[in-house]
Structures are given as structure tokens and as C-alpha cells.
Design a protein around this ligand. Structure first.
Ligand code: CA
Ligand code: CA
Length: 214
């Protein structure tokens, strides 16, 4: 179940596909964060690039619930990567430094949610309130930890074969049949996009997420 998300988070990051970036020119406003519950024990706090598992409920300003992960769809919590615009900006900004087990209420202005356009059942210029419960934090696919794990010969760069080896492992772990052709395509896409100096290797700097735009 994790595979589609991991693959999309790892290799097909395309800002705006899921989240809608707010218009940069207009006044953005800020996310109001209310911590509703913080667990006594907190081993680790969420940071950009982490994978987060959350339950969420979203409300319009008049208090109407428009989505709840506990009620709608498969009623399961969902994974996403923090800080890479996989979700709305208000989440990326409002869910940092959070502990597993923590609950927050976020009040998000339209520019940091679905903007002047709206989306689906979200009308234009909607201020949204979300109740978020963070259930679990894992190392993100583009974290330094992931990089070190993929760098099999410890030379601080990823070769094409190291990326391929990682993709194979990922398919295996998720119980997917091996697919060399697909791995090759994914690997080529990664290098095309991330290998900025075109030397055929990914450095940690080229591989890990950049967060300057947040
Ligand atoms: Ca290496
Ligand atoms: Ca390179």
C-alpha cells in the first residue's frame, strides 16, 4: 500500500499535482497552529523530508466538515512527505516539529490552501480548518538516512547501479514483481532531473530535497 506513495514521493515529485500552491504575489497570510494535545514522551519531531502518517478532518469556515479520513474513503490514515509541496503549503508549514501522537488544529488562509481557484468541493478563497493527528514519523525517501542506505560503497555519491539496486529492493519489499524495464525508466528519469552537473552520479546535495521555496 505504501509503494505508490513512495514511488511518487521519491521519483515523480511534481509540485502542484496534489497540493495547489498559493499565488505568490498576493498576501499569503500565515497558518495558525493550535496544539491540542502533545504526548509526554516525544522521541522525534517531524522535519522537512520526513514521511508522516496522519488522520485528518477538514472544515470550512462555517464549521461544515468537507473531508474526514476516519469517515470517508477507505477510512485509513494517509502517508505524505513533509515539506515538498505534496500537500497544501499550509500543511507543509503547519506540521513541522510535531511529535507522533500529537494533535493540532490548523487554520489555513486560502493562499496557503487552494487559493483563488479552489479545487473540487473547495470553493475559491476558502479559509480551511484542519484537525490533524500525527500517528507515525518515518525517514523520508529523500532523507540523508535514505541516501546513506543507498550509497552501498560509501563514496558519498549514488551511481546508476546503486539507484537500480535500491529500486529493486523497494519493489521486493512491497511485494511487487520485479520489473527491470520500469526500474531503468525510473532511474533514467531521476538522473535526468536530479543529476545537475551531468556527471552520472548523484551527490547528497543533488539527491536530498531542497526547501528554499517554502
Ligand atoms: Ca556510491
Ligand atoms: Ca551529479
Amino acid at each position: 500500500m505504501l509503494l505508490p506513495l513512495l514511488l511518487s514521493a521519491l521519483w515523480c515529485v511534481s509540485p502542484g499535482v496534489i497540493g495547489v500552491p498559493g499565488a505568490q504575489e498576493e498576501e499569503e497570510g500565515e497558518v495558525k497552529i493550535h496544539v491540542q494535545h502533545r504526548p509526554f514522551i516525544c522521541h522525534r519531531k517531524s522535519k522537512f523530508g520526513d514521511l508522516l502518517l496522519v488522520h485528518q478532518a477538514g472544515y470550512f469556515q462555517n464549521g461544515t466538515l468537507f473531508h474526514s479520513s476516519r469517515i470517508h474513503g477507505d477510512k485509513q490514515p494517509g502517508w505524505f512527505t513533509l515539506g515538498v509541496r505534496e500537500v497544501i503549503l499550509g500543511w507543509d508549514r503547519g506540521l513541522q516539529d510535531m511529535c507522533a501522537g500529537e494533535r493540532r488544529k490548523l487554520v489555513i488562509p486560502p493562499a496557503l490552501a487552494y487559493g483563488a481557484e479552489g479545487k473540487g468541493k473547495i470553493p475559491p478563497q476558502s479559509t480551511l480548518t484542519f484537525l490533524i493527528e500525527l500517528l507515525e514519523i518515518r525517514n523520508g525517501p529523500r532523507s540523508h538516512e535514505a541516501f546513506q542506505e543507498m550509497d552501498l560503497n560509501d563514496d558519498w555519491r549514488l551511481s546508476r547501479s546503486e539507484v537500480i539496486a535500491h529500486l529493486k529492493k523497494e519493489f521486493e519489499q512491497n511485494g511487487q514483481p520485479p520489473n527491470d524495464t520500469l526500474n531503468e525508466i525510473i532511474m533514467n528519469n531521476i538522473f535526468k532531473k536530479e543529476d545537475q552537473n551531468k556527471d552520472g552520479y548523484l551527490t547528497s546535495r543533488e539527491f536530498t530535497y531542497k526547501h528554499d521555496e517554502l
